[in-house]
Every structure is written in C-alpha cells, then in structure tokens.
Ligand binder design. Structure first.
Ligand code: ZN
Length: 231
C-alpha cells in the first residue's frame, strides 16, 4: 500500500511504530536518527544483557514470551520522559503490541497532553516475508545495525563490531511465537482497530509497504518526514 500524500507529514511528531518483526523498524530508526530523533527501541533496552533489566528479561526472550508489563512500561515511561525533558522527538519501537500496551499508551499520551503530537506508522509486511527476513537476520553487537546472514559478513561495516544472532532469534519456535503474536494477537485486537481509527481521524496515521526494497522505502520515509518533499 502506498502512502497517502493528501495527509500531512509526520514532521514534528513522535512516531509509534507498528509492524511485525522483520518489517525494517531498525532501518527506519536509522533514517530518523539522522533527523535527530531519539530511538526508543523497547526490545533493545530490555534485551541489553549488560544491564540488570536485561538480565531480568533474558528468560522471557529465550522462551519467546513477552516481558511483563510492569517492567516494560516502567522502562518506556522513564526513557520517553527523559527524551521529552531534552525536547527530543521520539521514535518508539516495540510498544503497541497488546491491548494493555494500547491502553497504557492512550493514558500516557493523555497524561502528557501528547494526543496531537504522536503519530502511528504502520509497516505492512506479510507473515511469510517477515519469517524469511528474521530467520536470516544478524545484528551488530556494537551499534545494533541489522544485516542478513545472506550477506556472509562477520563484522559491522560501520563500527567493526561482531555480528551476532539475537537471543530470541536463535530458535525458530521462538520466532514463530513472536510472529504469531503479532499477526494473531496484535493485528486482531479491537483495541488496535479503535486506536487506528482515532489516529486516522486526526490525520495521525500512515501505512507504509514494508515489502519495498530499502531504497524505495527510504524515499517513502523522506516524503513522510521531510516537509519540503510533501508540498
Ligand atoms: Zn555496528
């Protein structure tokens, strides 16, 4: 599906991403980092083994299960509030997955008067392509950049750190659990439909075809996030 150009761009908005694992949320984050966004990747924070939070979350990732809300919501609250304190725009990845997430999100943006400042960007990708992408995914230990195993690289081109498999990507069973959770729980949620309808009514919702190749995808993102190319 193509971006609708009659809608305003997302310039000046916090962006909440929705999309299956493998939809290229990391690549979009890289794109937005160049535009001075702060990347709040909830999964990466929870997965960071060098922190007490990461150690606490490790067993859940190994089983392909969601991290308990009391942990993830608190991490989100602290990290997002800190970015607001720095006057930074935020791109949030890994937040709107369950009904509890969506309720928390609605309360959070209301409490911070952010209803008109948060957009939702939906990255559309089929389950089959998502599965193929994640099964072949490796990640840089240093800068968290994502590569495909098909590239046969062992080292990150940007920071030279080692490329590793993420702990929750190692077992196909865990991968399938995450994918099924997205396609059967997140997408099927009436809470999500309502949130999308509400955001559409305020022109705070956009969809992108995440099956496009990277170059075309970056062009779509530029149309969405750069005012100049939208007028
Ligand atoms: Zn790197």
């Amino acid at each position: 599906m193509q971006v609708s150009y009659s809608q305003p761009s997302f310039s000046g908005k916090h962006v909440f991403l929705i999309g299956p694992p493998g939809a290229g949320k990391g690549k979009l984050a890289e794109f937005l980092l160049r535009r001075k966004y702060f990347h709040l990747a909830l999964g990466d924070i929870l997965r960071d083994k060098s922190t007490p939070i990461g150690q606490q979350c490790k067993p859940y990732f190994e089983r392909g299960e969601p991290v308990p809300n009391e942990i993830s919501f608190e991490v989100f609250r602290q990290t997002f509030s800190a970015a607001l304190g720095r006057n930074q725009l935020v791109i949030v990845d890994g937040m709107l997955q369950t009904e509890e997430d969506i309720s928390f999100f609605a309360n959070f943006i209301e409490a911070h008067s952010l209803e008109d400042k948060c957009g939702i960007l939906f990255l559309k990708l089929s389950k089959e392509i998502a599965k193929d992408r994640i099964l072949n995914r490796i990640i840089c230990e240093g800068c968290k950049c994502i590569y495909s195993k098909k590239s046969k690289q062992l080292q990150c081109q940007k920071c030279k750190a080692t490329l590793i498999e993420r702990i929750d990507d190692i077992r196909e069973q865990a991968i399938m659990k995450r994918l099924n959770r997205f396609f059967e729980v997140t997408l099927a949620s009436p809470f999500l439909s309502r949130l999308i309808e509400k955001s559409k009514a305020k022109s705070l919702y956009l969809e992108v075809d995440a099956e496009l190749d990277l170059e075309r995808l970056e062009k779509e993102y530029a149309k969405i996030f750069d005012n100049a190319s939208c007028v």
